[in-house]
Ligand binder design. Structure first.
Ligand SMILES: *[C@@H]1O[C@H](CO)[C@@H](O)[C@H](O)[C@H]1NC(C)=O
Ligand SMILES: *[C@@H]1O[C@H](CO)[C@@H](O)[C@H](O)[C@H]1NC(C)=O
Ligand SMILES: *[C@@H]1O[C@H](CO)[C@@H](O)[C@H](O)[C@H]1NC(C)=O
Ligand SMILES: *[C@@H]1O[C@H](CO)[C@@H](O)[C@H](O)[C@H]1NC(C)=O
Ligand SMILES: *[C@@H]1O[C@H](CO)[C@@H](O)[C@H](O)[C@H]1NC(C)=O
Length: 224
């Protein structure tokens, strides 16, 4: 069911996406999605259905997975590897394909990876060491057309880019992307909503929101 236009990105090798971009063996797409999956998911995980909708609607679009372990954060350096690799893959793609519109998708731990690439993160405590943004908003970040997050553990209430049932959101660095960012947190999703413990809510984003978010991504790539 799930189809992929960039054949090279199908290969499990951790280096495939970067090498393909470096060698130019991969044609540059008009719209290139980069996916960071959630904890313990296989590639591409819950974000696959959204990616599929966008690829069906947007000509010359493809995707690559951000290669990282997606093991439990806290006990492994999974999410730090995600930030490192996601940044390296983004740099490589933009260097190879400077005209392409890049779209970032992150779910759960993957949303934390993407938002920390853009805004930095951490609290020197349970959320890990405090980190700076790894993507400069004025150079690398200017190639990013849209950012879509589902169930971000870093979700902050009351931000303009928040969507979903929880009216919330707040990092100054992330707000640089406010015109291109939708951060979905649903009511009582304990991963992103401090008031909740509903795991079903954390697992329901694709079912509830994919049609809406695909339409939003389409409007963003048409606009820019
Ligand atoms: C991903 O991160 C690991 C550990 O930091 C590294 O060994 C590997 O080369 C990275 N892969 C990519 C594609 O950047
Ligand atoms: C976080 O930890 C780093 C390294 O230990 C330290 O340099 C920094 O001052 C700490 N920041 C805060 C806000 O505690
Ligand atoms: C976090 O900071 C501490 C103290 O500076 C360091 O020992 C540790 O390796 C850091 N953890 C990660 C994941 O970078
Ligand atoms: C978000 O806004 C609501 C309503 O104004 C307020 O009650 C709440 O304290 C705010 N939360 C944060 C974290 O700023
Ligand atoms: C938990 O979330 C699911 C999915 O959004 C929803 O259908 C269900 O009603 C929620 N349960 C509670 C107790 O809020």
């Amino acid at each position: 069911m799930f189809r992929k236009l960039a054949a090279a990105a199908l290969l499990p090798s951790a280096l495939t996406g970067v090498l393909a971009a470096h060698t130019g063996s991969n044609t540059c797409a008009n719209v290139h999605m980069m996916l960071a999956r959630g904890t313990t998911e296989s590639y591409p995980g819950l974000l696959g259905s959204l990616t599929d909708l966008v690829m069906a609607a947007v000509p010359d679009s493809d995707y690559e997975d951000i290669i990282y372990p997606a093991t439990q954060e806290g006990s492994t350096p999974s999410y730090e590897e995600g930030i490192f690799n996601g940044t390296a893959q983004l740099k490589a793609y933009v260097a190879a394909c400077p005209e392409s519109k890049v779209v970032l998708f992150g779910y759960s731990q993957g949303a934390m990876v993407v938002s920390d690439m853009l805004a930095g993160g951490g609290d020197n405590g349970t959320l890990g060491n405090i980190t700076s943004p790894s993507v400069d908003p004025d150079t690398l970040g200017s190639h990013i057309t849209a950012v879509l997050l589902y169930g971000d553990p870093r979700h902050m209430p009351n931000q303009t880019y928040n969507v979903g049932d929880v009216t919330a959101t707040g990092l100054e660095a992330l707000s640089k992307y406010a015109d291109r960012l939708h951060d979905y947190c649903d009511d009582k999703d304990g991963v992103c909503d401090a008031a909740g413990t509903n795991l079903s809510a954390h697992l329901a984003y694709a079912t509830i929101w994919d049609k809406t978010t695909a339409t939003w991504v389409e409007s963003m790539v048409e606009k820019m």
